[in-house]
Design a protein around this ligand. Structure first.
Ligand code: ZN
Length: 506
């Protein structure tokens, strides 16, 4: 009885966080600009209510009872795992003083506005004071959260539990060693054609085609919908309602299509979680206070990258689906074949902007951010030195001279919302996608399906090894169970080397 009451209590926390997500979705998709100020208050109120509900005396009492009632079960049982996760989350929140939380939330709401103006004017000095304060608050936060070796570890914990500065160092080194020489060779080689991707692709046809391909991968439209936004995203309000957005450029067709496939990959993780976990701690990020089925941001990103890049940008995908693309855009692709199309959507073009980066250069944008953030947090880099440090890394990795801070250090929204420690998950996702995909395609039914545009076997494999488990296992537990190894960059590096050597003939 204690355990059932405890579960119901945790269901309420999940309800509050799902309600918050719905308000967030509405703010980004539907809300007129006038609603922004009151909406920010509504979101803040729900966050506070969810946190207070989680750490309340009543919850702790129910948790004590639930722990007592389930202590005879094995530690890996769902009941014990849930109790342990709730215990850890309560301890986490109680370590962070309420006034610190409050100060960070306030800084976040001022910061967005200051950042937007500073970015528009390409004026780093205007944003620097906010960033100084953000760094100081996050350093303070790290001291309360606790860490063994590096304060940045404490900040990453919320997004990528278990990842540390020490574990990322060799990972990044392998990526640099494996990818930089390839990038240098590609820079000397003639690029594939992309002119046909810049033809006038009608907006409605782009949306319809993107959604059709997403559905083909397994995105269930009876529990989903697609809208357009400035920044594409996926959000779920339980596995029964999982929404995605994309953005359209009428003269650059890959933007909306691969946006759809990327967000659909995220959506599959949410839609195919075990229904028994709905409204439980295994469908709730109780540290980040966010209703989500995926176990870490990196694990989530592995599914978006896998379906976008390993599936959607593969030669097999276009050999099997190019006819549909032609039919979706009458007259626009008649002189193009699957091979030319596949090469075009894989063009490498080093640029300044992370969100526009191609598959091969993306991780360099991430490595530079993680290195800079961890140096800001341990004090080895000062905010005033940031633009110079940023531009030096872009020069070193991509051979480009950053012309202004709008295209450099001011481009990302993350720091303006008070967050530091959120970047590593993109690269973890890429690495994990390579590892999972490399293992899945060894299954004959998966490989056979990919050749004929039947994605059900691949989805079945991912559901069985990843989606179904929700937040029950840690990211590395999932990886070991699915692939026999912890996080390993080798399959990802091999995938990039193979694909781009072939496309560029290098
Ligand atoms: Zn993503």
């Amino acid at each position: 009885m204690g355990y059932a009451a405890f579960l119901e209590r945790m269901g309420e926390v999940n309800d509050l966080l799902n309600a918050k997500s719905i308000l967030n979705w509405d703010a980004r998709v539907m809300m007129p600009p006038g609603g922004a100020e009151t909406r920010a208050k509504q979101l803040a109120t729900l966050s506070v209510l969810a946190r207070d509900h989680l750490v309340a005396d009543r919850t702790r009492h129910l948790l004590d009872e639930a722990e007592a009632e389930t202590q005879g079960l094995p530690p890996e049982s769902i009941e014990r795992v849930m109790c342990a996760q709730v215990r850890e989350a309560i301890d986490y929140h109680l370590r962070i003083p309420a006034d610190l939380q409050q100060r960070r939330a306030e800084l976040g709401s001022i910061g967005q506005d200051v950042w937007a103006k500073a970015r528009a004017a390409s004026d780093f000095a205007a944003f620097a004071p906010i960033l100084e304060e953000t760094v100081a608050l996050n350093r303070e936060m790290a001291e309360h959260i606790g860490y063994d070796a590096h304060p940045y570890d404490a900040l990453m914990h919320r997004f990528e539990p278990g990842e540390t500065v020490a574990t990322l160092k060799p990972l990044f080194q392998s990526l640099r060693d494996g990818l930089l020489p390839l990038l240098r060779r590609i820079a000397e080689a003639p690029p594939p054609r992309i002119d046909f991707l810049q033809r006038p692709f009608p907006k409605e046809a782009q949306l319809a085609f993107g959604l059709k391909m997403a559905a083909k991968l397994g995105y269930d439209l009876s529990r989903g919908r697609l809208d357009t936004t400035v920044h594409p995203f996926e959000v779920s309000f339980t596995r029964q309602d999982v929404r995605i957005t994309t953005r359209i450029n009428e003269n650059w067709m890959p933007m909306s299509l691969f946006g759809c496939l990327h967000e659909a990959g995220h959506a599959l993780y949410e839609q195919y979680a075990d229904p028994a976990f709905t409204r439980t701690p295994l469908a709730t990020d109780l540290i980040g206070l966010y209703a989500v089925n995926g176990v870490s941001f990196g694990a989530h990103e592995s599914q978006s990258r896998l379906f976008e890049n390993h599936v959607g940008r593969s030669r097999a995908f276009w050999e099997a689906n190019f006819g549909e693309a032609r039919a979706a855009f009458p007259g626009l692709l008649d002189d193009i074949d699957a091979e030319i199309f596949w090469r075009g959507v894989n063009r490498v073009s080093p640029g300044f902007i992370r969100v526009e980066a191609d598959e091969l250069t993306y991780d360099f944008h991430i490595m530079l951010r993680v290195d800079i953030e961890s140096a800001l947090i341990d004090g080895s880099l000062r905010v005033s030195e940031l633009p110079e440090a940023w531009n030096a890394k872009i020069r070193e990795y991509l051979g480009l001279e950053v012309p202004n801070d709008r295209l450099g250090v001011l481009q990302d929204v993350h720091w303006s919302s008070g967050q530091i420690g959120t970047f590593c998950n993109y690269t973890i996702g890429n690495v994990m996608a390579g590892q999972l995909y490399g293992t899945a395609v060894r299954e004959p039914s998966v490989a056979a399906g990919l050749a004929v545009a039947d994605y059900a076997p691949l989805l079945g494999w991912m559901t069985g090894h990843v989606h179904r488990h929700g937040r029950r296992h840690s990211r590395d537990e999932l990886l070991v169970q699915a692939t026999g190894r912890r996080l390993d960059p080798a399959p990802y590096v091999a995938h990039l080397q193979n694909k781009y050597s072939e496309i560029y003939g290098v």
